[in-house]
Design a protein around this ligand. Sequence first.
Ligand SMILES: C[S@@+](CC[C@H](N)C(=O)[O-])C[C@H]1O[C@@H](n2cnc3c(N)ncnc32)[C@H](O)[C@@H]1O
Length: 203
Amino acid sequence: MKKNKISKNWINRQKRDIYVRQSKIEGFKSRAVYKLKEIDEKFKIFKGVNSVVDLGAAPGSWSQYAANKIKSENVLSIDLLKFEKIKNSFQIIGDFTDEIYKKAIRKYFGKKINLIISDMAVNTIGNKDVDSIVTGELCIEAMNFAKEELEKNGIFVSKIFMGSSFNEIVAEAKKYFKEVRVFKPLASRKNSKETFIICKFLR
Ligand SMILES: C[S@@+](CC[C@H](N)C(=O)[O-])C[C@H]1O[C@@H](n2cnc3c(N)ncnc32)[C@H](O)[C@@H]1O
């Protein structure tokens, strides 16, 4: 399909999408917020939480949701891309996989973190299998960080794609967390291979 046809389809789909409309009405930066909201409603991930790291945060709807939920400045948002500063959050622009930024996150909190959420993904307009593998690698990076930086009862939530690395990622998560669930919110498009892993209680 030609590139301008793809973007026309994308624009039409956005116009029809109820979550896009709802996010505009409610002042959220993107429809992605409703995925996090569903995850939160089902798994109560913000209960008792005082510190949150949002990986792959741009344009910022998950950070907006987190900042509303915890009502303190303990939300740190990081993304490769520049994005508008989210109220009540600390922003880093950089590659999360780079050790410099991991250090910066550790330094910002100076203690273990309650909740790490990751919606990191590579550009999904390319080859779907490759995208899914690379996004899987980002999830593993985030999980490795989470197992070092979360407090004992901490929670890790991450986007993953159904695909070749899916089973491996779930198995890895079960090594480190006592409770591991996979959940696809209604707001996640049916034709997308995206789903989410919710990991609670470090072993
Ligand atoms: C689906 S978007 C996130 C949407 C966001 N949760 C929201 O609610 O607005 C995925 C983001 O992951 C970011 N990303 C991908 N790889 C990254 C990396 N290595 N470090 C930081 N951000 C990354 C991309 O730049 C992109 O903005």
